[in-house]
Write a protein that binds this ligand. Sequence first.
Ligand code: C2E
Ligand code: MG
Ligand code: MG
Length: 301
Amino acid sequence: MLGVDPTSVIDYALSTFVKSDSSTMLDVTPMTIQDHQREKAITKTLHEKLMTGGIDVLFQPIYDTSSKTFKKAEALARLYDPIYGPISPLEFIPIAERASLINLLSYSVIKTSLETLRCLEEHASTIETISINISGTQVGDISFPEHVVDLINMHGNDPGSLSFELTETVMVSHMQSLKDFASAFKAAGITLTLDDFGTGVSNIESVLSGLFETIKFDGNIFHDLTRNRTGSSAIRHLIALFKSLGIRTTIEGIETKEQKDSAIGAGADELQGYFLAMPMTKEDLLALMMPASPDDSKDEL
Ligand code: C2E
Ligand code: MG
Ligand code: MG
């Protein structure tokens, strides 16, 4: 293990070790060393980004089916590593959690989102809300909502213009801390969204807890279920039930016109996906939100 600190490799192997039914052995292989080196490099890049200009953020507009306009956008963090190239958030978010950089990362995404909201307001854009993903590890940390409120006050934005997205896996493991956390946000006028609905271990208490203003269906689950009549009917009823409880529904992963029509037919309030709009830079978002000139014959989405 030339040039490699064995203790730090073992620490890394332990931090990423997932105990399965078939194995309780910690396996340290040459692959573990490579992965550890990759994680070290990505952590360094993340740290540098957060200490300098902040993490890059793209915004994906979310289509409102009633007004037929984009009323929300989701902030999606991006990272480019000089050695490894573009890194997916699915890889760098867990790394930020392990390196205790996740709050800093979120604060950076929030600041960029608040600035973007101000610019959208100046452009008289239809987008009123930006939703920001947060990790399960942040849910127990009550200082997080407090700091978010400070950031909003510092920027002078309306707290209702931010929404935070949490995935289902968080619900099951931290229900009580989630309630405390959500109450702190609710008191400040900030809404919560339940993300990737259908992919986690659903728990009726969390879904009907009243903590969420919006429930986002995972695109793959929605498309699989609506392939047959029983599934389509079940989804329609579920969306109607959410509506009766005052919960809005978003369908993610809309890639085709057929999927868009099917989601509207099911009663969805909001749609998100490449067919409607790709994740884009702040500048492209502002350009998209510029009022169309009279002869600008944009195809209806
Ligand atoms: P998510 O919150 O479910 O975000 C939606 C993901 O679907 C994004 O992937 C987006 O680029 C992608 N997507 C959008 N439209 C389509 C489509 O039509 N088809 C398909 N196949 N995919 C589509 P992305 O940007 O790679 O983000 C992956 C996940 O990383 C996010 O899933 C979210 O859980 C997490 N993430 C991103 N930014 C942050 C962040 O700032 N903080 C935290 N904690 N997590 C983040
Ligand atoms: Mg999300
Ligand atoms: Mg999602």
